[in-house]
Design a protein around this ligand. Structure first.
Ligand SMILES: Cc1cc2nc3c(=O)[nH]c(=O)nc-3n(C[C@H](O)[C@H](O)[C@H](O)COP(=O)(O)O)c2cc1C
Ligand SMILES: C=C(O[C@@H]1CC(C(=O)O)=C[C@@H](OP(=O)(O)O)[C@H]1O)C(=O)O
Length: 422
């Protein structure tokens, strides 16, 4: 069974790239959290195909509809029959039309939260060359392994369930986790592309956050400062805190796409204002869990925490983060020691491979292993997957952090024992 996060807070998804919809069920969100559809939509807009001209040309609106788990404080809406509000659901079955309405906002009830996003801009005919045992295999994508694993019963359209499209569920679940974390601890997540192919950014998001912490002699960064950083990242042509690098990188992506090829990328992701002492120490440590969650995302080839592979070249006296009574002075450790949070920002850097579906001739095989000279016939693809990946990385960290926070609560004996009557 594939569940993101869990066992206290978990996200289950269903749906394929060219199926009718991607459906999500979020388990374990405590009752009483205010959720607004438009806030979740804003995160999905950062992920959607067609939202950035340096991503895939497929243009989906990806509007989310909430189907369960929210309590409307508007009692007229809750108790009335009228279908009104912004998210109306219309279904036609056997010639008859059925209408209902999704939740626009509401408090979580503690019950499972279900959400749905329809896929309405599919060009499934682009995948004709991949059908059946004589169907061709894209080097680097999942075509061969999925075909044989399923004994041929595989959805070949757009990568099927192995498409980045299914991360709609990560972002829906991640949005709810982010609202919980922000409302409970003031925790906020940001990401920034810091490398595209050989081009490296001059400004690092993690360094920028560390400099802010040093300036104010505190382990928290205020909401306005974080919002200003998010605005800077959003204002760049591809999401990066270094706008000059972003423009240069976008030009390189454009030229590489024109030549029929693709590029790899590095993406930094940070969580700010993280409560200390979350996570378990060993086999389910928060380091293992977050690295697994990030490392398991489509096209990820590397995942580093804190200073990452750079520590290999250091001596201990350079690498240790000094400690004062108010906290750590630096953050080489990336906010995790012994699998638990220290209260410093969580810092990760993820390396993405160049998109595998490209327009260059390549050596490959058919599904039944005849050797062929492969040439892509049609398709709409991201020339550099790093451009749209940030919000999903943030979401996956948020899901793990929320699960760790609820797990911490589950382990605290003696505090607020359950009581029904006086
Ligand atoms: C943001 C994002 C967008 C992606 N878009 C594409 C794409 O357009 N075409 C493609 O071939 N792969 C794309 N991928 C990568 C594939 O989903 C991924 O390579 C595939 O599922 C195989 O998994 P693996 O590379 O992790 O082994 C994308 C990945 C991410 C993170
Ligand atoms: C549809 C999305 O991105 C897709 C991710 C993807 C892949 O192989 O991962 C390949 C392309 O798929 P398709 O040919 O089916 O459009 C992208 O467009 C999305 O992110 O929602």
């Amino acid at each position: 069974m594939e569940i993101l996060g869990g066992p206290y807070f978990g996200v289950a998804g269903a749906g394929e790239s060219h199926g009718p919809a991607v459906t999500t069920i979020v388990f374990g969100c405590p009752a009483g959290l205010m959720i607004r559809r438009d806030q979740v939509q804003a995160f999905l807009d950062r992920r959607r195909p067609g939202g950035n001209k340096y991503g895939t040309p497929r243009n989906e609106k990806d509007k989310v509809v909430f189907l369960s788990g929210l309590y409307q404080t508007d009692h007229e809406a809750l108790l009335g029959d009228a279908t009104r509000g912004e998210s109306k659901i219309t279904v036609e079955v056997e010639g008859a039309s059925f209408e209902s309405q999704g939740y626009e906002a509401g408090y979580t009830t503690g019950e499972p939260i279900a959400a749905m996003v329809l896929s309405t801009s599919k060009k499934s005919g682009d995948y004709t060359q991949f059908i059946g045992p004589k169907g061709q295999v894209r080097p680097g994508h999942t075509d061969l392994v999925k075909y044989h694993k399923s004994r041929g019963f595989v959805d070949v359209r757009g990568g099927g369930r192995s498409s980045y499209r299914v991360t709609i569920s990560d972002v829906v679940g991640g949005s709810i986790a982010r609202m919980f974390l922000q409302q409970t601890f003031g925790t906020v997540l940001l990401s920034s592309i810091d490398q595209v192919g050989p081009l490296r950014a001059n400004v690092s998001l993690a360094d920028r956050c560390q400099a802010l912490l040093a300036q104010q002699d505190s382990v928290t960064i205020d909401a306005d400062t974080i919002a200003a950083m998010q605005r800077d990242i959003d204002a760049a042509v591809i999401p990066s805190i270094d706008s000059g690098f972003a423009s240069e990188a976008a030009e390189l992506i454009k030229e590489t796409r024109k030549s029929g090829d693709s590029l790899g990328a590095g993406v930094e992701v940070v969580a700010l204002n993280v409560p200390p002492l979350l996570g378990d120490p060993l086999y389910q440590s928060l380091k293992v869990r977050i690295m697994g969650a990030l490392g398991g995302l489509n096209a990820v080839q590397s995942c580093e925490v804190g200073a990452g592979a750079a520590v290999i070249e250091r001596v201990g006296s350079e690498n240790n983060d000094p400690i004062r009574s108010g906290g750590y002075v630096s953050n080489t450790h990336g906010g995790l020691i012994g699998g638990m949070t220290t209260g410093m920002p969580l810092v990760f850097r993820v390396g993405f491979k160049p998109t595998s579906t490209i327009n260059k001739p390549q050596q490959s095989v058919t599904k039944d292993l005849s050797e062929i000279d492969f040439q892509l016939e049609k398709g709409r693809h991201d020339p550099c997957v790093g451009v749209r990946a940030g919000v999903t990385l943030e979401s996956r960290i948020a899901i793990e952090l929320m699960n760790a926070a609820l797990s911490q609560k589950a382990q605290s004996v003696g505090e607020g024992l359950p009581r029904l009557f006086r």
